[in-house]
Design a protein around this ligand. Structure first.
Ligand SMILES: Cc1cc2nc3c(=O)[nH]c(=O)nc-3n(C[C@H](O)[C@H](O)[C@H](O)COP(=O)(O)OP(=O)(O)OC[C@H]3O[C@@H](n4cnc5c(N)ncnc54)[C@H](O)[C@@H]3O)c2cc1C
Length: 324
């Protein structure tokens, strides 16, 4: 039997928590995940996996299982600002796989690998891995909400982003010929269209044209309010994923950050590295992407992003919002 000192408690069994568990197992510790949601479910997410995710999943030993679901591949990005389109090839193909499948396969891989599982909520305790996702505290002001649904119909091989006035929507393929449509908008704008997402899409002619031939095959899911940036957490834990920081979803880097920070947290806890040392290393890797995402968001809010963005190479923006 493993010694108590060899065990690691992981609070939250999403992407970051499961990556931490798989990394911990590789480093010879006995992790236990606490998460009340035992069965994977649909989540509000664009389901765009940055190309580097393939390497993370390979390292975690789940790439073959992910590939067996025949994820969609995306070779380029098309960013629409009104009628202006900024298109570029991606450095490597990006991957489209639904969260229902991805969360399930990571969770099962961790449990089959020997990770314990307790279907309960938990509070953080010293030296645990904290992977509880986004901060729930509602910000004041015009709160931002996310929404997502799956559609069938014409499938593309690009990730498409449509920036409208105060909102944006991503359209990209996932497995089984499904198209994910996912976006973000402030509460005041959603109220003005009575939370009718088709009416919202009508505010952008290019988005309306893209979504018109699609047939919705699941009810809209919503989440929020969303808070960007670093999350306040106790100093004596290894915080990973959105519990460490939440990057603006237009970057398509949140899941990559969750998998990589989870992997780092699992290794740091197994080596009994201090939480402060772990936090410094992770902050260095995430500093640039978080900063660039906030600069771009502020430019969009100020109305200058739409003017500048068509002149900025998409590849450049893409690489600057990836962790170092
Ligand atoms: C609208 C939107 C679109 C997005 N699109 C993309 C995209 O296209 N590409 C991309 O890479 N990223 C995207 N993201 C970001 C991505 O979804 C997140 O970065 C990712 O889910 C973070 O994973 P996580 O493991 O940190 O948190 P989560 O996946 O949120 O997992 C947290 C887990 O913790 C559990 N939990 C919470 N509290 C407790 C507790 N007290 N005790 C025990 N368990 C607890 C929850 O049940 C949950 O299972 C998007 C996000 C939003 C909001």
């Amino acid at each position: 039997m493993m010694a108590e000192s060899n065990s690691v408690k992981i609070v939250g069994g999403g992407l970051a928590g499961c990556a931490a568990a798989l990394a911990g197992l590789r480093h010879g510790v006995h992790p236990t995940i606490f998460d009340p949601a035992r069965v994977a479910r649909h989540r509000v997410c664009g389901e765009f996996l940055s190309p580097e995710v393939r390497h993370s999943l390979e390292w975690l030993g789940v790439w073959d299982a992910a590939e067996a679901w025949a994820p969609a591949l995306m070779y380029s990005m098309k960013v629409h600002f009104g009628r202006r389109v900024c298109a570029d090839r991606l450095p490597e193909p990006a991957i489209g796989l639904s969260r229902l499948r991805l969360d399930h396969l990571l969770r099962e891989a961790a449990i089959q690998g020997g990770c314990g599982y307790v279907a309960e909520r938990s509070s953080p305790h010293p030296r645990c891995i904290l992977a509880t996702g986004r901060q729930a505290t509602p910000p004041s002001g015009d709160r931002i909400f996310g929404f997502k649904a799956h559609f069938s119909g014409p499938v593309g091989d690009a990730v498409e982003l449509y920036f409208g006035d105060r909102f944006y929507v991503g359209v990209n393929p996932v497995e089984d010929g499904i198209t994910n449509v996912c976006g973000l908008a402030p509460e005041s704008l959603l109220r003005s269209v009575n939370f009718n997402f088709e009416a919202l899409f009508g505010l952008s002619p290019a988005l309306r044209e893209r979504t018109e031939p699609l047939t919705q095959n699941m009810a809209w899911l919503t989440t929020g309010p969303l808070l960007y940036g670093r999350t306040k957490q106790p100093l004596d834990v290894y915080a990973a994923g959105d519990a460490f920081s939440f990057i603006d979803p237009f970057t398509g880097a949140g899941m990559l950050n969750a998998l990589e920070s989870g992997r780092m947290a699992g290794a740091a806890a197994a080596r009994a590295e201090s939480p402060a040392a772990y936090r410094n290393t992770l902050s260095k890797r995430l500093g640039r992407p978080l900063f660039m995402a906030s600069v771009f968001r502020k430019a969009l809010e100020a109305g200058v992003g739409q003017i500048l963005a068509p002149w900025i190479p998409g590849r450049w923006l893409f690489s600057l919002t990836r962790l170092g």
